[in-house]
Design a protein around this ligand. Structure first.
Ligand SMILES: [Zn+2]
Length: 260
């Protein structure tokens, strides 16, 4: 784990990249800002979390880091020890954690339900949506840290790297570490994850709907081999993709409100 700091004093802000080793955009953004050394008005900690997985270009080496918080210092699993160490680093810090996804090519945020950061940070980020994690926080950083997770765009793309850099600067602006606290959206929709959409074993998968766009009852929203999955109730797909996760397509969400 690489940990660096800009500014003097004990940081109350942190930026984390590479929780997942196959999502290089966060590490890229952290490295860019550290190279630039901007004059920050508050000290900020910068972390490249899973360097081992990043080097190998894999999501994780022993266990998915974002499923094993708060971690265990005595575990045989590299990521369980790393989770523990990362928790120590992030204690007392309002944190931006950068991910990327196969499901959607523009940034959005994932937060705990009713987290104050939804109002204090999210409207200042160039994001299309805020997603409240609902009951899906077990083992994830959002359950244990004061954190906004961002999906910075399509995994492995240059645009995700560019978005990630912009999001870090906007986060530092929103929290007063850099000048330029500026609202980016008049209408920011907030969704809440309601249930997983499981994926049965099949030779091929296809998602037929767009994330964050309402699926009407009766619509075929995905196929698994020859099986068609038909919506029984209306929902909003979130983090849905054909091959992003092994055992599920993604999540069905509700649109709960719009931040004005
Ligand atoms: Zn990730």
């Amino acid at each position: 784990m690489r940990v660096e700091q800009l500014g003097e004093g004990e940081p109350e802000l942190a930026v984390v990249g590479a929780i997942h080793g196959d999502e290089p955009c966060g590490s890229h953004a952290v490295t860019k800002i550290l190279d630039e050394q901007p004059a920050v008005e508050r000290p900020v900690k910068f972390v490249v979390a899973n360097e081992r997985a990043l080097e190998r270009g894999v999501r994780y080496t022993d266990a998915d880091l974002n499923r094993v918080f708060p971690g265990d210092p005595d575990s045989e699993d590299y990521e369980r020890r790393l989770a523990h160490d990362l928790m120590q680093e992030l204690r007392g810090c309002t944190t931006l954690s950068i991910h990327s996804t196969q499901s959607y090519d523009r940034p959005f945020a994932i937060v705990n339900d009713a987290d104050p950061l939804i109002e204090s940070v999210c409207p200042y980020l160039s994001i299309d949506a805020v997603v409240e994690a609902g009951g899906f926080t077990e083992g994830r950083l959002i359950e244990y840290a004061d954190v906004v997770e961002v999906e910075a765009g399509e995994q492995g793309s240059d645009s995700a790297k560019e978005y990630a850099e912009v999001l870090v600067r906007e986060f530092l602006g929103a929290t007063g570490a850099l000048p330029g606290r500026e609202r980016h959206t008049d209408e920011l929709p907030v969704y809440r994850l309601e249930r997983l959409i499981p994926k049965r074993p099949a030779k091929s998968y296809d998602v037929r709907v767009a994330n964050f766009e309402r699926v009407a009852p009766g619509a075929t929203f995905a196929t698994a081999g020859d099986d068609e999955l038909v919506a029984q109730e209306p929902f909003y797909p979130v983090l849905m993709s054909s091959y992003g996760y092994e055992n599920e397509f993604g999540y069905a969400a509700e649109l709960t409100r719009t931040l004005g």
